[in-house]
Design a binder for this molecule. Sequence first.
Ligand code: SF4
Length: 556
Amino acid sequence: MAGSFPFKSMRRSQKEVLDQVEAALAAKKKFIILEAPVGFGKSAIAASLCLYLESAYLLTSTKQLQDQYLADFEFRVVTGKSNFTCLVPTSSGKYLSCGKGRCEADWKLSECPHYLTFEQFDEHRRKLCDRDAKCERLKSGKLCPYYQQKWDAFEAPIMVANYPFLLTELHHTKDVKRRKLLVCDEAHDLEKQMVSSTTFSLSRSVIESYETGKGGSNGPSPILVDRGIEDASSWKANLLAAKQVLESFIDTYLHAPGMQERVAACNNTLESLNDFLDDLSAHPSNWIVNSVSRRLTLDGRQGGSVVEEVVFKPLQVGAYTSGLFESADIVLFMSATVFSKEVFCRTLGIAENDTYFIRVRKSTFPVENRRIYALNTARLSKATMEVSLEAIAQAVDKIMTHHAGERGVVHTTSYQQTRYIMGHVTEANKARLTTTEGASSRSALLRKHGSTDESVLISPSLYEGVDLKDDLSRFQVLVKVPFPDLSERRIKIKLERDPGWYDWQTALRLVQTYGRSIRSETDYAATYVLDSNFPSFLARHRDLFPEYFIEALGGE
Ligand code: SF4
């Protein structure tokens, strides 16, 4: 496999990992986990295995990572329908995105004069088609741009996509052919990806907008009669009534001029609702009502409130991962933060004895460049938050002043903390702070940060997926130990049933956050943790943390 390594030189540690990957293949393990710190070069390991097996799907969670695989290894990237324009105009002459094209509304795919199946496309590309073949009759000789890039990518031996793309394809098409390898990059995020791809929400405004002949103006829909949060299945009658509304809207407007966009959107909602109904029947105990938002009414109808939205989430994702993992013979998970093979396997519903865990414990980044200072400033819990925030804001202010002339980042766990800190530091430091709250574009905000001297970001959402390398961040402050948010019902129930999962999630986010500001061997940044809960959490769960994190603690 070393012969497939994509770069001229290979570090000894990378060779050792490739040897272990070979051992996992020899042991015929279905699942391989590679945990290695930032800067190790995990993507080169993934590329080696992809090139060696010559048949792979490679999934990433950010566009930045997809672009990197394209730039570094020239792997083919595939993207979703919303990025392409349908070649068939609507009855009013508009060109919509492929996500709302005629094939999403009133056509079967095969009716589109710009569509070829993968087999037809493949025959045409290999010049095996005859004169009667559909490719010869494509309207204006053009193939749908979405299917063009999709079939190109499906033909490539290595295809890069994001998680939602492959999950949607697996769920709604039969186009995903089994390959030798599936790589799940940023695998610590996989549970979140699975939850978000299966979450279903029923919203009053959406359903009312599809009520034919009612126009949504005659008060709340009976579809949203409040059934409470205890039992997801008790909402079945509401869901079936909603289904009727959607079906009736489609029946009424299927061929109506100017309605294609709405019919396509309604079709998508109906598809998600049908999927959810099927799954709720198959796995009733796995579904919870995560939240019900209510609006007070003046007339006392429904006991003084009506339901605005109800959100359903699955408790365990294991029921949904099997389809994904069956798309390949071998699955390689990669992340800087796996920590516990046992909790990882349990969370994703995979067998531990069919899993090979490769753990790179040491970071190649010098420890003096990435010290962690536990400042023990104040205990931050729900009960003590208000009194503790004053001390926290003072500590942030002091750290910012100490790092005058440098850029940095303050990681909070809520916008409440963010606003308090912004309002309680000195005017000079306040002028340096930029929050993500209300920002329409994260990339524009990061660009501005990079072009402003002394800029300091403050946010609860920058703990992953951002690369604050070199002087984009010379210091970072972790205000609070990032325990998962217990105001979310799914998390509360998971904590009750599986406390190990809750602690594991906390440790993952802590180390993910730590990794934002030190991105290479020559990079350096100081990390300050203010929450007094940090030392005790660390003492209780020391075995979860990687060696390179522990060795960075306790700097002067
Ligand atoms: S297959 Fe045809 S109708 Fe569907 S998005 Fe492509 S061009 Fe439009």
